[in-house]
Design a protein around this ligand. Structure first.
Ligand SMILES: Cc1ncc(COP(=O)(O)O)c(C=O)c1O
Length: 379
């Protein structure tokens, strides 16, 4: 199976939500907020024959080692607000978040309503939901598939969350989590899922909305890094596809040039590439990869219609390529884990593929989504 698919059969995207300016002001008010770096790698750009290669380094985001807290925090806040009747305050009516939606006030509303958070995860999302529960002073139950390692499990538990192992795949874990949330006893369980089982599920859409802050920062940093506002390509890692959906949504607003959105998945869990090739949403049997956060066999239902039209190129990488990319990035002082290095592994490949418009004027951003962590490279 070729590792690159060029999606030529795309229709113009319409009806995507405009950016919500409140997202960034909400994040700015959270503990430990600061923009993550956008790092230029001129030597590698030269080797690849492009003008700029810029790495958005999400290895430390709001005090956690991955970007996922951006979506988990915003979606949790909206879910709590909806439950206590404050939902409209989150709509994009003005730039700033109201003071009465501070973490302190949301915490007291969540505690009064006796809320508990539920999430399925293969690591980063669950830890982020656990952190939000800690901030709000409420309980969290986080469900993980059996293949998740002990270190990841104990990091989630370190947030104070109850961690429960499901003997099955990520897709089966999601279903088990929903069931447990529906059966929550005492108070009310809120399911903070980063993957939609149904196209109209609103929490996964809030997760996508929460990633907006990353792009707001990039828009501010790009001029400083390159002297211009131009971005020609963005390479984004895909698990269930929420981050890629946020990328497509952000760059669908009128601008010239319009960046090409290129995705990367593990060879062993390439459900987006399989779906694009089939022309319909398609599940794959996901098997072990060091890119744990990207090991999803099925896309989030709500992202598929957007990715189908918005992704220009879908690529896959294997664990050996990712491992090599981790070590190369390390030489440039970028310390990342497998999901973070996957987009770097992909650009090495994409730069050599005929039919892909990468050249001396290209300004390429790669999303490097997690910090360095241990992994087991299997033969
Ligand atoms: C570190 C990391 N990178 C990338 C992804 C993929 O994001 P998405 O599931 O939104 O496609 C994940 C998902 O958990 C992740 O943890």
């Amino acid at each position: 199976m070729p590792s690159v698919y060029i999606n030529t059969d795309r229709k113009p995207l319409t009806g995507l939500p405009p950016p919500n300016p409140k997202v960034k002001s909400f994040h700015q008010a959270l503990p430990l907020y600061r923009p993550t770096p956008l790092v230029s790698l001129p030597e590698i750009a030269q080797q690849l024959g492009i003008q700029y290669l810029l790495v958005k380094d999400e290895s430390s985001r709001l005090g956690l080692p991955a970007f996922k807290i951006l979506g988990a925090s915003w979606a949790t806040a909206r879910a709590v607000a909806k439950h206590v009747g404050l939902e409209t305050r989150f709509l994009a009516t003005s730039e700033n978040i109201d003071n009465d939606l501070s973490l302190k006030n949301l915490a007291s509303a969540a505690q009064t309503a006796d809320l508990a958070l539920y999430a399925a995860t293969d690591g980063n999302h669950g830890r982020a939901v656990g952190r939000m529960a800690k901030y709000l002073g409420i309980k969290a139950r986080i469900f993980i598939p059996g293949m998740v390692d002990e270190e990841t499990k104990s990091k989630i538990a370190s947030e104070g969350a109850a961690v429960e192992v499901v003997n099955g795949s990520y897709d089966q874990t999601m279903i088990a989590t929903k069931l447990a949330c529906d059966q929550h006893e005492g108070g009310k369980g809120l399911l903070i899922s980063d993957t939609a089982l149904e196209i109209e599920d609103e929490v996964p859409q809030w997760i996508v909305e929460g990633y907006q802050t990353m792009f707001d920062e990039i828009e501010e940093q790009i001029r400083e890094a390159t002297g211009r506002q131009t971005i020609t390509h963005v390479i984004v890692p895909v698990g269930a596809g929420s981050l890629a959906c946020a990328v497509v949504t952000h760059f669908s607003t009128p601008r010239s040039p319009k960046p090409e959105i290129m995705t990367v998945e593990p060879e062993s869990a390439a459900c987006l590439k399989a779906s694009l090739e089939a022309g319909k949403m398609t599940s794959v049997h996901a098997t072990y990869t060091i890119c744990t956060g990207m090991c999803c066999g099925t896309l989030s239902a709500s992202v598929w219609p957007i990715l189908r039209e918005g992704v220009t190129v879908a690529s896959t990488v294997n664990d050996q390529e990712v491992d090599k990319a981790i070590h190369t990035l390390q030489e440039y002082s970028i310390s990342t884990g497998p999901c973070g290095a996957a987009s770097f592994a992909a650009i090495q490949k994409l730069a050599r593929v005929e039919g892909i418009q990468l050249g001396p004027n290209s300004v390429v951003i790669i999303l490097c989504t997690e910090a360095k962590r241990g992994y087991e490279l299997r033969a």
